[in-house]
Each structure stands twice: as C-alpha cells, then as structure tokens.
Design a binder for this molecule. Structure first.
Ligand code: MET
Length: 339
C-alpha cells in the first residue's frame, strides 16, 4: 500500500544540459550526448531508489522537453518556420513548429533510455508520453484543419511508441495532459477518446497526469486568477472515472483543489501530488502523510499512490532530491501509520 512514484521528470545534471530550465540546451552532441543521456538515466533511477520511490521513472533525462522530446521524432512538421501561438488558452505565447503534412514517426522515440532504464532497474518502471490534447495545444496546425483530427493522428503515433515501450518491459505508461485542466469541454468531446486511442491494446498499467503546470512564472500567475477554489477537476473527473485509463495523477499539495473532488474518480488509482514543485521549500515526511491522510477520507487507501504534483525538470537538483526523500519517507510513514 502507498507505493510512491513521480510525475516523471527530474532535474538534469550540469554535465548533460543547462540547468534550472524547462527547455535546456544539451552540453554535447552525437555519441557523446547519447552516452551522457544514458548515464543520467541510470543516475536518475539510482537517486529515486535511494529516496525510497517505489515506481521509478527514467527522470525524462533523454528529452529536452516533455512535449518537444516526442515531436523530435515526428515527420510532417516544419521546424524551420516557427510561428507564435498562445498556449493553454493564451497563458503563454511561444514560438512553435507547424504541422504541414500527414504526420508519422521517423523511428523509436525512447528506445535507448527505455532499454538502459530496464537494464538497471529491477523493480517497477514507468515512462511518460505527452497526451494528444496537450501536443495539439503545443504545435500549430497547417494541415489537419481540426484539433480533434490532429489529436487522433498524434494518438496513433503515441500508441505506436507506447506499445514499443511496453515491449521494452515498461510497467506503467503515463500520458501527460495538463491541457485537460484548461479545455474541459473538449476533454469530454474528444480528449478521452484520443487517450483511449493512444493507449489501445496496452496491457501494462496506464495513467494520465493532469496538473496545474510546472513551477514557472506563467503558471504561478495563472493560478492567481483561478480564485479561492480550483474546481477544473470537477468537470473532467466523472468522464475520467468512466474511462479505461487506470490511474489519474493529480495535484494536491499546496493546491487550492478541494480534496473531496477526488471522490469523483471512483474506481481509479490516484497518484496523489504530495510534493509541491512550485516551491523550493522541501516538504517533511509529516507533510506528505498529512496530504495522504486528507485524501484518504475520499479515496480508498489501497488506491492512493503518493506522487509529486508535476515534473521537477526545472528545479535545483539538491532541492528535488530532498523532495524525493521526503516523498519516500512520507509514504513509508503512511504504510506504518495508516495502512
Ligand atoms: N511528465 C512531465 C514531467 O514530469 C509532466 C509535465 S506536465 C506539465 O515533467
């Protein structure tokens, strides 16, 4: 009970890339970069194991960004002529590549890091992929002409990579859908259908991660506009509860999400955000068990998996490691006191 896990990303070491950045430049190239990515993946696994994390990820060490890491291996995209686009309902402007032709995968996306991770990890291993709706909200479209159509096309590519990751021996595949908290009616119209398409045929554990974003300024400013209660989950949880996805990863620590909304996810495992990635204050194990205790009033204990609110990619490494240790220790405490 209370097996703990992470949303996915960990900070990258300074010898691999720039640090404290969401979209860092690599420090090397070619074979040297490939080796550095593999080394960082092994290190990310070791650090999670040392911190007592039960379901570890590759730390997303081999990708520059949680969406663009996937897009790098997709053809039909013009990366030369980027256009400005408002992302997440205009929360931020970004220069994004454009879809200009039918999309296809040019090869495996995460084969190297999946094999390295599997070779070094005896216990449970999780990999993350961006969700179709979040991808569509991060790229301009000059070809498909319809968001849902483009999402379904991406879902097919995600499914191809997800099946290959499963064959590599990955235990859990998580789709990251922060856009679900922004386009709530589209989630019901086609977002979940796209997730089903992306996860079709998978027999490993499937998860969807829905957060309020990384701890970057644009997100902190947005959260300020959401009022005293964040109720976005309320609109989408019933549809997710009826979906075929097994686990839902949510933000809870320091979030203004009413914890009783979790009851709407009946039947699902909850990856419960017990670690705030928008603050450098390192939680204590008691903070973690406190978040678990509050959620356990609305979620059966055996369905609670303590987790981070979101990825830790842009954080300081020492702080992220401190937070991982608190998460591992808090989950252990919960097993002793609440199980
Ligand atoms: N898997 C991603 C991460 O952990 C999730 C990002 S959602 C903004 O970084």
């Amino acid at each position: 009970m209370f097996e703990c896990t992470v949303a996915g990303s960990l900070p990258k070491p300074g010898w691999l890339s720039e640090t404290n950045k969401l979209w860092p430049e690599w420090k090397s190239s070619g074979a040297e970069l490939e080796q550095a990515k593999a080394d960082a993946t092994v290190l990310a696994i070791k650090e999670q194991e040392d911190a007592g994390i039960d379901i570890v990820s590759d730390g997303e060490q081999a990708r520059q960004h949680f969406v663009h890491g996937f897009l790098e291996k997709v053809s039909g995209i013009d990366r030369e002529h980027k256009v400005e686009m408002g992302i997440r309902a205009d929360r931020y402007k970004a220069m994004v590549p454009q879809v200009v032709d039918a999309i296809a995968l040019t090869g495996r996306v995460h084969a190297n890091e999946a094999r390295v991770a599997r070779a070094h990890r005896r216990g449970k291993l999780k990999f993350t992929l961006p969700g179709p709706m979040t991808i569509v909200d991060t790229i301009a479209d000059n070809y498909y002409g319809d968001k849902a159509r483009l999402a379904m096309a991406f879902a097919d590519l995600l499914n191809q990579e997800a099946r290959a990751l499963q064959a590599d021996g990955v235990d859990t595949i998580q789709f990251d859908e922060p856009a679900f908290n922004v386009y709530m009616s589209e989630v019901k119209d086609w977002g979940i259908e796209a997730l089903h398409r992306a996860s079709k045929g998978l027999t490993c554990t499937t998860a969807v991660h829905i957060c309020y974003g990384y701890g970057i300024k644009a997100n902190l400013d947005w959260k300020e506009t959401l009022g005293s209660e964040w109720r976005q989950y309320e609109e989408i949880f019933p549809a997710l509860a009826a979906s075929r996805i097994k686990q839902v990863s949510v933000e809870s620590r320091n979030a203004k999400v009413p914890v009783d909304l979790l009851a709407l996810l009946s039947g699902k495992d909850i990856l419960l955000g017990c670690i705030d990635v928008a603050s450098d204050d390192v939680e204590t194990p008691e903070d973690v068990i406190d978040t678990i205790r509050r959620a356990s009033k609305f979620v059966p204990k055996e369905r609670i998996f303590p987790c981070t609110n979101c990825g830790m990619a842009p954080m300081r490494r020492d702080i992220a490691f401190g937070k991982l240790k608190a998460l591992g220790a808090g989950a252990k405490l919960a097993r002793e006191q609440l199980a």
